[in-house]
Design a protein around this ligand. Structure first.
Ligand code: BTN
Length: 331
């Protein structure tokens, strides 16, 4: 595991190398700036190379950074992150069972509001309704821990703001036009590119903590993942945000997503729910369609007419409006 707060030396070396993009940085200079021996600097350079950083080394000249790996390393995510709450602390794993389970363990500790847990790969990724979530390398798998000070009725807004933030970030960074499928899927060409799992602990009508789990199929092989999921309930196809050989930085997408999410979270805090609702509806592929919703108590059919300010879906059938908080939609 790496974190954004322990690996200050690695972070500093990367920052120094980045600020000398077109020239060599001498071992002497690095060791002076970091207050480390030359041998220790060399050890850190080796470590970075083993993580996938392409660093050219030249005797008498020093080191030059040629390329960084396509990984969500915590110091890379922290570098340029424009948020105040989300990502204050970043925990990073190459492989973990589930970022959600790790975040759950953090929940009982102090000073973890806004912490995020990222993994390159999950071995037991959790989906909604106890489904499994296939999480190979190439995806963006993360959990955000929040300890918000508001009432339980707000919980249903989190799938809404998270999916909206995802869509906005994908649009801005990748120039794609994703759509939102109620309650919390993000789709491209009617196939799923991202999913959200919200887990909350409630105490006497107050939210104790809330974990926002986000899975983005950033650069995955849809065929391989689809093969594993084909027989699951409500599977409607998945796709990848970025193709195999296209250059794109997952760090930039993640940073933008966290920024957009924090902006929307602030809107909840200030009670600006109408704007969230309107923005979500504009991007939704569910509203206006005749849908069948599979709910814990059975199938419900109707026309999806809107969502209310808590994110509940409003279904119209035979002149009556029904309000649904959970369910799986088939369009
Ligand atoms: C869904 O079923 O659509 C929700 C999928 C949520 C997956 C993410 S990946 C990161 C986090 N850790 C998990 O184990 N699940 C969530």
């Amino acid at each position: 595991m790496y974190t954004s707060f322990d690996e200050t030396r690695l972070e500093k070396i990367v920052r120094l190398l980045k600020s000398h993009k077109f020239e060599f940085l001498s071992g002497e200079q690095l060791s002076r700036s970091l207050n480390l021996s030359r041998a220790a600097v060399w050890k850190y350079i080796k470590k970075l190379q083993s993580l996938g950083y392409k660093i050219q080394t030249r005797q008498n000249l020093g080191y030059k950074l040629l390329a960084k790996p396509e990984l969500l390393l915590p110091w890379e995510v922290a570098d340029g992150l424009q948020t105040e709450i989300f990502g204050r602390k970043i925990y990073y794993f190459d492989t973990i069972d589930s970022t959600q389970s790790f975040a759950l363990r953090l929940a009982s500790k102090p000073y973890e509001n806004g912490s995020i847990v990222i993994a390159e790969r999950q071995t037991r990724g959790k989906g909604r309704l106890n489904r499994r979530w296939i999480s190979p390398k190439g995806g963006i798998w993360l959990s955000i821990l929040l300890k918000p000070d508001f009432e339980v009725s707000y919980v249903s807004l989190f799938p809404i703001i998270t999916s909206l933030a995802l869509a906005k970030a994908i649009e801005k960074v990748l120039k794609l036009k994703p759509r939102l499928k109620w309650p919390n899927d993000v789709t491209l060409n009617n196939k799923k590119v991202a999913g959200i799992l919200i887990e909350a602990s409630i105490e006497t009508n107050k939210i104790d903590y809330l974990i926002i789990g986000v899975g983005m199929n950033f650069r995955i092989q849809p065929k391989m993942v689809s093969r594993l999921l084909k027989n699951s309930e409500n599977f409607y196809g998945i796709t990848t945000l970025v193709g195999k050989n296209k250059e794109s930085d997952p760090v930039e997408l993640l940073q933008k997503f966290l920024y957009e999410l924090e902006q929307l979270y602030r809107k909840i805090l200030s009670g600006n729910l109408k704007e969230i609702r309107n923005e979500w509806i504009k991007k939704s592929s569910t509203i206006g369609k005749n849908v069948t919703i599979s709910t814990p108590t059975g199938l419900v059919k109707g026309k999806a007419v809107s969502i209310d300010e808590n994110g509940a879906l409003l279904l119209s059938r035979k002149g009556k409006i029904r309000c649904l908080l959970v369910g799986d939609v088939s369009h």
